[in-house]
Design a protein around this ligand. Structure first.
Ligand SMILES: [Zn+2]
Length: 289
């Protein structure tokens, strides 16, 4: 809390590495994962308690969200590319297939059409696209680092070669178990309001608005989160020269314990403080930095 009360920072993010880790290791429906969610919930409760005790409740906006859900991986329904007829890794220059439900392939020169045609209908739960045909709603393939062929599997099937996880994410963003949470509390937000689902790409514009900074080009829209805001950000907050912070934000972009905290000061982003309290098997809420 001293980052706000003493150091006068405007924006702090906390990254929690749980319950992601236990979800991968034990599966999303496991007792271990459920216990971890309780632990993270206590930690968020402690964070809110400290915000109250520090007298910050009336001028600090707290956003709790994450970038994905978690799906159980069914080992009985795996997809093995090696067993696909007419497919051979000799046709492939580069592959990234052993991590999560999406895969990247660079076929050797002149082999793209062949590889595409043999994989396209190889398995009912495997989806194979040429980069330029990959569904736009994934916000994924329009980047120079994405390979000419892109694969993804349906939820609960997963994986192409090797996979040890019992839980996984990275499936279709329309699958219910890939949805995540979004909670916001503070002076900028209406109380007790439940809004329609929205895409996480819109959170960036919201954060920029709360901080009074001009966003870089992005795929989201400020309009999407407007209904949840109590009032427009005061005009004074737009003035970067203004000394007093008027709408600080504390965002926990991923509800997963272990907190590399990226601390940014309005208009002049910088990393100032880092700490990584591990939640481990602790039953007490960890002491925040
Ligand atoms: Zn993960």
């Amino acid at each position: 809390m001293e980052w706000f009360t003493v150091d006068n920072l405007d924006f702090i993010t906390l990254y929690f590495g749980e319950p992601d880790s236990s979800g991968h290791k034990y599966g999303p429906e496991s007792t271990q994962r459920k216990n971890m969610i309780k632990q993270v919930d206590r930690t968020v409760g402690y964070l809110r308690q400290r915000i109250r005790e520090s007298g910050l409740e009336s001028n600090l906006n707290l956003i709790i969200t994450s970038d994905h859900g978690m799906e159980t991986v069914l080992k009985t329904d795996e997809i093995h590319l090696r067993t696909v007829s007419n497919f051979t890794f000799k046709d492939i220059d580069f592959e990234l297939l052993d991590y999560g439900p999406s895969g990247l392939l660079v076929p050797k020169e002149g082999r793209l059409e062949h590889v595409y045609s043999v994989l396209k209908n190889a398995h009912p739960k495997l989806h194979v696209y040429k980069k330029e045909e990959f569904p736009k709603r994934f916000h994924y393939a329009n980047h120079s680092r994405i390979t000419p062929l892109v694969l993804y599997s349906d939820p609960a099937s997963a994986e192409y070669k090797v996979q040890f996880n019992k839980g996984e994410h990275g499936f279709d963003n329309e699958a219910m178990n890939m949805k995540t949470i979004f909670r916001a509390v503070g002076p900028a937000f209406k109380k007790g309001l439940e809004v329609e689902p929205f895409e996480s790409v819109n959170v960036y514009a919201l954060l920029c608005e709360l901080l009074g900074i001009t966003p870089e080009p992005h795929d989201g829209s400020l309009e999407v989160t407007r209904p949840m805001r109590l009032q427009p950000t005061p005009a004074g907050c737009r003035d970067l020269e203004q000394a007093a912070p008027c709408s600080p934000v504390l965002a926990a972009p991923k509800l997963q314990a272990a907190l590399p905290a990226h601390v940014a000061r309005r208009g002049r982003t910088r990393l100032t403080k880092t700490s990584s309290p591990r939640l481990g098997n602790r039953t007490e809420s960890p002491k925040p930095p």
